[in-house]
Ligand binder design. Structure first.
Ligand SMILES: C[S@@+](CC[C@H](N)C(=O)[O-])C[C@H]1O[C@@H](n2cnc3c(N)ncnc32)[C@H](O)[C@@H]1O
Length: 301
């Protein structure tokens, strides 16, 4: 079972041109390159999106061992939600959730997209899993027909786009009537703004500087995580949460926090409004610690 790609510009169906290793429209006017088995649809022009490609491409190409099980931890009450469903995953990064959606949550099929070259890593790390497809695409210009997926899914992504609510709307357009959407975005809490101080100085730095600063900060703060891990003494929720993970996860997330070009934070009320404005029903908005707001809802039949 696979979703046929369409041109995000003209909505025309595309076919595989084996001789030129690309996807082409019937009239041959449009053509999309395939790199290392991954079709490339994204065509970005804004500085924010170009920086997003640079930073997240570097993150997932560097930290390929990152495999934190956030999805399991953050899927409370949703154990059977994905069973036998087709899922559109927005912002797959290195594809750790795509893999879990299929292997642990029994999704029927996952079409994963990301704006950056993380897609090459996602393709490689998920090779051999036939029911995962990966493409390079922008959430605002998705290469799929409207109303074709059972579930629109996005964990930790929409707040990194140029317009998070529009990104959500764009994802929801691809969900069938009666299908569902599930998202996690950063929660609006005072603690989150602390990192924003660092990010102001580091977000435009060269990748090598960002990596050095992330290594330095995680090295300096790791003893406080250990204090929580070994003795249960937590100076903040941040250290308590990372006590569940190893140093590699901490360092990767530190790089993510200080280098992401675009970040926004949301209240539960804002996310509730997103789902209501989409006309969804059975909306449930909850929080995961003071880290994420999770929204789940069902599109009207
Ligand atoms: C913090 S990472 C999260 C990756 C993955 N969801 C995870 O939790 O491991 C955010 C991802 O969103 C992607 N992203 C940002 N803006 C995007 C856009 N406009 N369209 C598609 N993906 C985007 C980035 O390239 C990046 O890989």
């Amino acid at each position: 079972m696979t979703h046929k790609y369409i041109s995000p510009e003209t909505n025309e169906k595309l076919y595989f041109d084996e001789a030129n290793n690309c996807l082409k429209s019937q009239d041959g006017q449009e053509s999309f390159a395939i790199k290392e088995g991954v079709p490339y649809f994204s065509d970005v022009s804004s500085f924010g999106e170009k920086e997003t490609q640079r930073v997240f491409g570097a993150e997932w190409e560097t930290f390929t061992e990152y495999d934190a099980d956030n999805l399991e931890k953050m899927s409370y009450g949703m154990e059977n939600f994905y069973t036998d469903k087709t899922v559109l995953e927005i912002g797959c990064g290195s594809g750790r959730h795509s893999r879990r959606l299929v292997n642990k949550f029994n999704a029927k099929h996952v079409e994963a997209i990301d704006l950056s070259d993380a897609v090459i890593v996602a393709k490689e790390l998920n090779k051999g899993i036939d029911n995962i497809n990966v493409a390079n695409a922008n959430v605002f210009e998705l290469p799929f027909e409207d109303e074709t997926f059972d579930i629109g899914f996005s964990l930790g992504v929409l707040m990194h786009t140029t317009n998070p609510k529009e990104a959500f709307n764009s994802m929801c357009k691809k969900v069938k009537k009666g299908g569902s959407a599930v998202i996690w975005v950063y929660a609006k809490t005072p603690r989150k703004y602390f990192m924003e101080f660092f990010r102001f100085f580091t977000k435009n730095s060269p990748t090598i500087i960002q990596k050095i600063i992330a290594s330095l900060l995680s090295f300096l703060l790791w003893p406080l995580v250990l204090l929580s891990k070994k003795f249960g003494i937590s100076l903040s929720n941040h250290f308590k949460e990372y006590a569940k993970y190893d140093y590699y996860v901490y360092k990767t997330d530190m790089y993510d926090r200080i280098s992401a070009p675009l970040i926004a934070f949301f209240s539960e009320k804002e996310i509730q409004n997103w789902f209501e404005d989409e006309g969804f029903e059975e909306i449930e908005v909850t929080t995961y610690g003071d880290f994420f707001v999770r929204g789940v809802g069902k599109s009207k039949e």
